[in-house]
Every structure is written in C-alpha cells, then in structure tokens.
Design a protein around this ligand. Structure first.
Ligand code: NCD
Ligand code: ZN
Length: 442
C-alpha cells in the first residue's frame, strides 16, 4: 500500500486506551493501524513518534469566535489557527458575533463567510432567544447544536423565563440537535449583584454557586420532560457536576462539560490575577475544583471545552465592572489536560476521552476516533516536554491568556488535518489544507 504519511513508534489512543501502533495515511484517511513499521511512498512524509502520544484530533465544542461582525477581536482564520496550535481539529462556534445566528439566512451567510478561512473542521450553533423561537427549526440543517443563555453574559440574547425556555425545548424536539444551555439563574444573579464593590473579588459573589445549581436543576427537569438532548457546558461547581451525573444515571439524554480553567484554578488565582480572569461562570473554590477533577476522571463530566472568548488586552484592562467576561483558551485545553495527566490527577487516557470521544458522543459528531478508513485528523503530543507559553506563541488575535507564563508539562507537537500537517511546533502554521463543515446527529 502507498502511504502519503506514516507515523511510526508512537503510542496511539484507540478505543479508550493506548496501543503501540503505527499509522499509515493515504488520501487523507487512516489506511493502516498496525504494530508493523510502515514506509511512506516516495516523496511522502515519515514521522518518528517514539516517546510521543498520538491522539485523534481533538474537538472543542464551545468556542466564541467573532466572525462575522467583530473580526477585530477574532476572525475564523485566527481562531482556527489557535485551535490548530492547540491540537484541535474540530471547533463548534457559538454566537457573540454580529449578527447572532437567529435564523437560516444568517446561518447560511455565516457559513459562507467563515468556510474559506477555516483551518480546522467546524460547525456553528444556532442562537436561541425569546424573539426567534419560531425560526429555530428552520436552521437545523445548518447548525450542529443550539445555545441559550439563562442569564445575560456577554451577548445580548437571553431566555431568562422558564416558560420561554420550555417553549425553546418544545421547538427543538425531534430535530436531532443538542440544546446547550448556559446555566446560571438570572433571578439569583440579579439579587446577588446588588451593591457589590467594583473589584474582581465581587465577580464570584455576583454570580454565586447557587445560581449555577438552580439553573442546572431547572434545565435538567426541562430535559426530563421534553427529552431534547441537553448539554450543560462550562460546569464550574462540584454540585452542578453531581446533578448532571445523577441525571445521567437516571437515563436523561444529557452531557456535561467543563473547562481547563475550572480544573486548574480557584478564586484565589482570580483575585491574584485580576480582571483578565473574569469569566462566566466565575472560577469557583478549591472544593469545587476537587469535585470537578473527580467528575472528569469518573466520566460524570464527559468532556472539556475552552469557552474561548477573545477579548482584547485593552478591554481586559479596564475597571472590573467594565471588563467583558471570558478567557481565550482554544490553544490551551490539550496542554492543560496533559499537565493534569503529568501530575497524576487524571490519566492520559482520560485526556483522549475528554477531548475526543466524549465531545463527539455528546454532540453526535463523526470525529474524535481513529480507525481504518477514518479521516486522518491526528495530534501528536510530547508528554515530557515542559513548556511555558508566552504571548508570542498565541495565534488568537487577543495576544494574552491566563495560561501564559505558566509551566505546563506536555506540549502539542503536530496537528494533522485530513493527513496534512496544519501546525507543527517546529514550523508553526502551514498554509496547507482547509477545514470543512461537520454534520451532527444525536
Ligand atoms: C463568552 C464570550 O465573551 O463570548 N464569555 C464568557 O465569559 N464565557 C461567552 C459568554 O457570553 O458567556
Ligand atoms: Zn456559555
């Protein structure tokens, strides 16, 4: 067999565990997975992966790029470049650009705009608001999922009333798409934020843990009633993870995700770091972090995404109240999880489950798995490399990240899309191949 690319000597994440295995790629697909050493055709590429871990390209189910409309903050080219550098070969992009994706015409126009810029595969969410409940079903062929905000975050669209939220569930019934809900209770946030001083320490008080507990409980009960597959993203509290775990045990069609910042940091880091660390939901307490670590290890929380929010350094350096919430992170989820694995908090297999098969299963994507015939979307990592990320490494337009200046054990070495290297640690970004739109079916 003629291989365009071979990867020899690595330990490959296959069906939940690592196997000593060589990979042969032909015409953008995995053509051989074998313990036998493989040779590339004349003019092909041969990679030595001895000492390396080889994962399927990872999936980030929750990024907020800003294309179209706010491409001064992030366009699809820069956002997906950062994704590629982070080992991500599929991103699912959510509103906070202009216009919001509220109907099929906007969805179509957005897809036309972003497709030529995409350096990795992509899908988009439909935005759910009180105003567009009658237009949700019409977008189904163009979106991979839908998203609603139960309280205001950065974007203008919310569904704060439970009656309206139940109407959204009814509108999404039978479409075969996941409903993602930003679950913080508006009523509780409105009360909690009264009279707090203009200081970063106020953030976690203004959006307290109980706001997430109550909203997650409400969303789960609506899922129980209406049976629309539900995703609770960016879980920040231990108790919310436990509620999702219990709902799964009861057989509800629900998935739960958290972000690397909730697994690594606590309120102390936020207060020390200042407004750059302002994010919704706020980073919580040491006890939440411990439960979340257990929850990702046990699978109660089934995947990790970035919630990448590309606010500029200038926007992030205002007074706390004026600073927009959100952290750029699409480039850092895999390194951050490798670091947790290096310290034994989770296993290297867990990293694959949380970034590859977990998100694929949750959203019904045909990605995140390597098998004979699968797309050759592959990431090679060096678990032994110690890296300290700096602003010059960042491919997002933001030029800053809470991950900069931190020692992380484990580094992305090469990201391969459809058999072609799109980014490597030695050569950076390659102008090689475009991402394509993915389909979802749950
Ligand atoms: C995000 C953003 O700015 O896009 N911010 C955040 O704090 N998570 C998304 C959001 O509005 O919640
Ligand atoms: Zn959100």
């Amino acid at each position: 067999m003629e291989f365009d690319l071979v990867i020899n000597g690595g330990r490959v994440y296959l069906d939940g565990k690592f196997s000593a295995c060589n990979i042969g790629v032909a015409e953008g697909r995995v053509a051989a997975l074998t313990p036998e050493p493989l040779r590339a055709r004349m003019g092909g590429t041969s990679l030595d992966a001895v000492g390396r871990l080889v994962y399927p390209g990872t999936i980030d189910t929750h990024v907020h790029f800003r294309d179209p409309g706010r491409t001064d903050k992030e366009d699809f080219g820069t956002g997906t470049a950062a994704a590629a550098a982070g080992g991500v070969t599929t991103v699912l992009d959510i509103q906070n650009n202009i216009p919001l994706t509220t109907d099929v015409d906007v969805a179509r126009a957005k897809l036309d705009e972003i497709a030529p810029k995409a350096r990795v595969d992509f899908g988009i969410y439909g935005s759910v608001g009180v105003q567009n409940l009658d237009r949700l079903a019409g977008m189904a062929d163009h979106v991979v999922a839908y998203k609603a905000f139960m309280t205001k975050s950065v974007g203008p669209l919310t569904v704060t009333d439970l009656g309206d939220l139940s109407k959204a569930f009814i509108a999404l019934r039978g479409l075969g798409r996941v409903f993602t809900i930003h679950a913080e209770s508006d009523a509780i946030v409105q009360v909690a934020k009264e009279g707090l001083p203009d200081h970063i320490a106020s953030h976690v008080k203004s959006r307290p843990r109980v706001a997430e507990w109550v909203a997650v409980a409400e969303a789960l009960e609506l899922c129980r009633e209406y049976r629309v597959p539900l995703n609770i993203p960016h879980i920040s509290t231990g108790r919310a993870a436990m509620l999702v775990g219990r709902a799964k045990e009861e057989g509800l069609p629900v998935s739960g995700a958290t972000c690397a910042h909730y697994l690594h940091f606590t309120d102390d880091d936020v207060v020390a770091g200042g407004a750059e660390w302002k994010v919704n939901p706020p980073i919580k307490f040491a006890e939440d972090r411990e439960i979340l670590l257990q929850a990702v290890k046990s699978g109660v929380v089934d995947h990790v995404h970035s919630d990448h929010a590309p606010h500029t350094r200038e926007e992030k350096s205002k007074n706390f109240n004026a600073v927009p919430s959100g952290i750029p992170g699409v480039q850092h989820q895999l390194p951050a999880l490798l670091d947790l694995a290096a310290s034994g908090r989770i296993g290297y297999e867990d990293v694959g489950r949380l970034l590859c098969d977990g998100p694929a299963r949750a959203f019904g994507l045909r990605a995140g798995r390597l098998y004979a015939g699968s797309p050759a979307d592959i990431v090679i990592v060096d678990p032994a490399a110690e890296t300290v990320s700096s602003p010059s490494d960042l491919l997002s337009k933001t030029g800053h990240s809470i991950w900069c200046g931190r020692r992380v054990r484990g580094a992305v070495e090469r990201t391969i899309l459809k058999g072609v290297t799109v980014w490597s640690r030695s050569d950076g970004l390659r102008e090689s191949v475009r991402g394509t739109r993915v389909a979802a079916q749950v």
